[in-house]
Design a protein around this ligand. Structure first.
Ligand code: PLP
Length: 348
């Protein structure tokens, strides 16, 4: 691996008490190119623009995938990354669906660890702070023929991130637009999935909601995801979340929460949840909690469900299941308890 260091770190110019999400980047980035059928040598170099031709393939056809994970400052001062192998595996599943070559494990893992180690000072201290890690992979051939690109770029950016205040999340049960469909790319972290979700989300926001609850493409009768997060709810004391499928992204937060709850003998059920069942449970006050699950916010509590002209309130207890899993996850991430699943990969 080639390493080209900055002459002078920018870290002293950063206000760590006021970090907007995804706008501040560390001193270095990792970059590796795929050309003539093979991956080249990865390079760590100063964060900065990547010069590109206007004919760069990904800009035209969206052959691009990404990942998101976090590194944490532990209570003993060390730095650990949460489940990076799970992100590595998912990146390659997404890549396969988008006809992008697989990234070798050494390039991903060694590159990631070396990069975080080099920029370790940027991993902030504080319970709500972490280093967001953004690996991505895009088509870099300079042609606009509508066939797969021949060259690709793999890149990793690091972004210190602050607390995620989502406040009270009002969700709208979406009955017109869809995020994914059987046979589609909804299970992949394909760049265009996000691009396509912005418009319906904007409409929901103009109508006073924070986020969309996506429903299935056939009848809009099944609950699928909450915005860019997996969704969960507690109905009659059972933790419920839709089962994974072509249409649902296999969240690592979702998987971690299911693992923790099962090990704590909490009743969990993965399977279909109908809009009717959710609304009935909410109206009858048998819905005790509902939340989104994902890397950025970990847990994003839902306070209201909007369905057609109805707005139903949802309890947001301070001591419920979401509070329990959130605390368990942060104790593991900060090294305050033993890590029974070996989820943390320490870099220093
Ligand atoms: C990334 C993502 C999630 C959450 O995945 P995590 O691994 O938990 O961050 C959920 N749904 C969609 C659509 C996503 O893109």
């Amino acid at each position: 691996m080639k390493i080209l260091r900055v002459n002078q770190s920018r870290i002293d110019s950063i206000d760590f008490s006021n970090l907007p999400f995804g706008k501040v980047f560390t001193d270095h980035m990792l970059i590796c190119s795929f050309e003539n059928g093979q991956w080249g040598e990865p390079e760590i170099r100063p964060f900065g623009p990547i010069p590109m031709s206007p004919a760069t393939h990904a800009l035209h056809y969206g052959q691009a995938v990404f990942e998101g994970m976090k590194a944490y400052r532990k209570s003993d001062g060390k730095v650990g990354i949460f489940r990076p192998e799970a992100n590595f595996n998912r990146l390659n599943r997404s890549a396969e669906r988008m006809t992008i070559p697989q990234v070798p494990k050494e390039i991903f893992m060694d590159g990631l660890i070396e990069l975080v180690r080099l920029d370790q000072k940027w991993v902030p201290e504080g319970e709500e702070l972490s280093l967001y890690i953004r690996p991505f992979l895009y088509a870099s051939s300079e042609f606009i023929a509508a066939r797969p690109s021949e060259s690709y770029v793999f890149c990793i950016l690091l972004s210190p991130s602050g607390p995620y205040y989502s406040g009270s999340v009002k969700v709208k049960i979406e009955e017109k637009y869809v995020r994914s469909a059987d046979g589609g790319v909804g299970f992949a972290k394909a760049a265009g999935n996000y691009g396509a979700a912005f418009y319906p989300t904007r409409l929901a926001q103009e109508a006073g909601y924070t986020q969309i609850i996506w429903t299935d493409h056939k009848n809009h009768s099944l609950i699928e995801e909450s915005g860019t997060m997996n969704v969960a709810m507690v109905i009659d004391g059972v933790f419920r979340t839709p089962a994974l499928s072509d249409r649902i992204l296999a969240g690592i937060t979702r998987d971690s929460i299911l693992t923790i709850l099962r090990d704590n003998k909490f009743p969990v059920k993965e399977g279909p949840i109908t809009v009717d069942e959710l609304l009935t449970a909410a109206r009858e006050q048998r819905l005790s909690e509902m939340f989104g699950m994902g890397t950025a916010a970990v847990i994003s509590p839902i306070s209201h469900i909007g369905y057609r002209d109805e707005l139903i309130e949802v309890p947001t207890p301070k001591d419920g299941i979401s509070a329990f899993v959130k605390k368990t996850l942060s104790d593991i991430r900060r090294g305050r308890v033993e890590d029974p699943y070996s989820w943390m990969v320490d870099v220093i």
